[in-house]
Design a protein around this ligand. Structure first.
Ligand code: NAP
Length: 254
């Protein structure tokens, strides 16, 4: 992890859950972090915590569905920290969970704006700077939903499948420019998103016990690992944290 020291990263959806934990983890390895989410107060509280432990972090108000706001977050990163070496495309929503026949077309489209277009916006905004720098790392937070169909989750499954496609397409375009693009499928994680899923009662994931979920520090540690050269062989793929093999590779289990 020594190679992460001195790098600058943007983590989207860093106001809570996996994103907040990833920001803490990266900062702990000496990465300067821009925390980007809509709830600026919550992100600022996480940034303050990071600063108290000696890390460098700033929070910006950013709705990833708005390209101008994502581009502004990238500019903030470059202005304050001198570069943008890492992008963690983590912001995502699963609400509202509903079967297609009862779904609200505007809300369905809004999930596409956040989960898919938000990831595109991040990639589009950082690539020119990363190409000019001669390298960088982009981690797109994926899901088992990218390759599985689940009732009530059509917006989520469809957008996560599309994000996997974006990971593959972006890798094709930038691998030879020293930019590594990798997806992370974390398995189920104990965050607010799982509380919504539980409350929906709509498919087998909602029937899981809270204890079945991993804690956010595991995907956070996986994200930091994926930012290192040790993960270079994983470019253009979704790395799964559901398997023992994946967990062992990160050092989460013996
Ligand atoms: P979470 O606790 O609900 O956090 C979601 C984060 O995304 C929040 O920080 C939220 O911040 C942010 N966000 C939502 N809409 C946004 C927008 N328009 N612009 C900027 N930020 C936005 O969920 P989580 O479990 O940590 O999920 C993080 C990622 O992991 C998501 O991509 C999710 O699909 C993926 N994932 C989660 C699980 C799981 O079991 N939890 C499993 C597989 C994949 P604001 O509301 O402040 O904007």
């Amino acid at each position: 992890m020594q190679e992460l020291k001195g790098k600058a990263a943007i983590v989207t959806g860093a106001s809570r859950g996996i994103g907040a934990e990833a920001a803490r983890e990266l900062a702990g390895h000496g990465v300067s972090v821009v925390l980007a989410a809509r709830s600026a107060d919550q992100s600022a509280a996480v940034a303050d915590d990071i600063a108290k432990t000696g890390g460098r972090a700033i929070a910006v108000s950013c709705d990833v569905s708005r390209y101008d706001q994502v581009a502004a977050a990238v500019e903030t990163c470059r202005d304050r920290f001198g570069s943008v070496d890492i992008l963690i495309n983590n912001a995502g929503v699963i609400d509202p969970i509903s079967r297609i026949a009862e779904s609200d077309p505007d809300q369905w489209a809004h999930a596409v704006d956040i989960n898919l277009k938000g990831v595109y916006n991040g990639i589009r905004a950082v690539l020119p700077a990363m190409e000019a720098q001669g390298g960088g790392v982009i981690v797109n937070i994926s899901s088992g939903a990218a390759t599985n169909a689940l009732e009530g989750w059509s917006h989520y499954c469809a957008t996560k499948a599309a994000v996997l496609s974006l990971t593959r397409c972006t890798d094709k375009e930038v691998r030879d420019k020293g930019i590594r693009v990798i997806g992370l499928s974390p398995g189920t994680v104990a965050t607010d998103m799982q509380r919504s899923i539980k409350a929906s009662g709509i498919n087998p994931v909602s029937a899981l016990d809270w204890e079945d979920h991993i804690k956010p520090d595991w995907p956070a540690r996986a994200i930091a690992y994926l930012c290192t050269e040790a993960a270079a062989d994983l470019v253009g793929t979704d790395f799964s944290l559901k398997t023992e093999e994946g967990r062992r590779r990160i050092g989460l289990i013996d």
